[in-house]
Design a protein around this ligand. Structure first.
Ligand SMILES: Cc1ncc(COP(=O)(O)O)c(C=O)c1O
Length: 415
């Protein structure tokens, strides 16, 4: 499928964009909201909210079951979302796109349908120290059941993956490699094409966790050369409970279903059930139909904006915010990778991350504090938690200034 061409690179009109996001104009504790937690979940534009609303007002019915008009409309909308996602990530076929509740379900699907039946004692799964728990724990669970092990490739002090070590660790026992495209804590962008090339040379399939990549950069699964790619809708403007797994057709054809139930079968008999072909084989039960109407709208919003424009704006904002945070007294920034998406993790000497986040909230600033579902990464840096400011194209330099001012006030209270 051909990806939609990028519009010409025009400067992004952030005030016009902010008007599309109703939540951004609210106040919190009497202060204008500064939402710097988009890596956790993004805010939603009106077109997404309206798509969900429209579904329930006009088209609500179950999918692939009813022949009545509403059933057909709901099915067309749901299958239309699959088409939109296939185009968005440049899948060669819509049948390679499984609609899921998010990345967590997508990775667990690969763990239980692909890895579990194949792994045996002595095998290994290779991942990295910077992964989200969603790209660690499912592998540990299947490793435990099969006698396999999970190995993690190291990173350097800047938060870049040590590629030579990763490649050295791609030994014959490794049956699957699992890497995040972009780190949710450090913003590090991993060189997926290069990693995929090395995995392919050794015949090792590669799964990529694209949760933090899709909100910021164009994804082309064919050009990346991986085997599995997972995205989660709610971090890229879509409703919660939406996402997708892309997988090469040959893998999907060889995978048994993960969940059993309605809509994933061709014929059910007590002597034996024949499963549907992918993608429906992996979509048992009633899906998040309204959510996927919203996800299609989210993709439309991003495509209209264009990744080139979005990226130019976000990278400029990241540079501005990084230099502002760097100038804070007693600051330690985690993550100085060669290529980064707009995430800044940091600590202020003497101040606990959770205390800072709580007091920042009183100033109207939403940032995340804690381990960010990345315990091994926290252990690597020797800290229990960080503060994370994660930005999006709807944030502004004025908000960065407000954030820095709020930190100044919080510092006075804490230190
Ligand atoms: C890198 C990464 N992987 C996986 C996930 C899990 O995504 P979800 O909870 O939407 O399934 C997240 C969410 O924080 C993430 O940042």
């Amino acid at each position: 499928m051909n990806a939609k061409p990028e519009p010409a690179v025009l400067p992004l009109d952030v005030e016009r964009i902010r008007a599309d996001f109703p939540l951004l104009s609210r106040t919190v504790h009497g202060k204008p909201l500064i939402y710097f937690d988009s890596a956790n979940t993004s805010q939603k534009p009106l077109s997404v909210i309206e798509a969900v609303d429209r579904h329930y007002r006009q088209h609500n019915a179950n999918v692939a079951r009813a022949v009545h008009t509403l059933g057909e409309e709901a099915t067309a909308s749901y299958e239309g979302a699959r088409d939109a996602i296939a185009r968005f990530i440049n899948a060669s076929s819509r049948d390679e796109v499984i609609l899921t509740s998010g990345t967590t379900q997508a990775i667990n699907l690969v763990a239980y349908s692909y890895a579990l039946p194949r792994l045996k004692p002595g095998d290994a799964i290779l991942t990295t120290v910077m992964e989200h728990h969603a790209n660690i724990v499912p592998w540990q669970l299947v490793a435990e059941r099969t006698g396999a092990t999970v190995k993690a490739a190291p990173i350097d002090a800047n938060g870049d993956l040590i590629l030579e070590r990763f490649f050295e660790m791609l030994t014959p026992e490794v049956k699957l490699a699992c890497v995040g495209h972009v780190s949710n804590v450090l913003g590090t962008v991993n060189p997926i094409r290069e990693i995929a090339r090395e995995c392919r040379k050794r015949g090792i399939p590669l799964l990529v966790d694209g949760s933090q990549a899709a909100p910021h950069r164009r994804i082309d699964v064919q050009a990346l050369g991986c085997d599995f790619y997972a995205i989660t809708g709610h971090k890229m403007l879509a409703p919660t409970g939406t996402g997708a797994l892309w997988a090469r057709r040959e893998h999907l054809m060889a995978m048994p279903p993960f969940f059993g139930g309605g809509e994933m079968i061709r014929e059910v008999r007590f002597e034996g059930t024949v499963f549907a072909d992918p993608p429906h084989r992996f979509e048992a039960g009633t899906p998040n139909i309204a959510g996927f109407a919203g996800m299609a709208a989210a993709i439309g919003y991003i495509e209209d904006l264009g990744y080139d424009r979005l990226k130019a704006y976000e990278q400029d904002l990241l540079a501005y915010a990084t230099s502002a945070v760097e100038n804070l007294p007693g600051v330690r920034i985690f993550g100085r990778a060669k290529e980064k998406e707009p995430v800044i993790s940091f600590l202020i000497e003497g101040a606990h991350a959770n205390d800072m986040a709580t007091l920042l909230d009183l100033q109207g600033v939403a940032v995340r504090s804690g381990h960010h579902c990345a315990h091994p990464l926290m252990h690597f840096f020797g800290v229990p938690a960080t503060l994370r400011a994660s930005l999006a194209f709807y944030n502004t330099k004025a908000e960065v200034d407000g954030f820095i001012e709020a930190i100044g006030k919080v510092r006075k209270l804490l230190l």
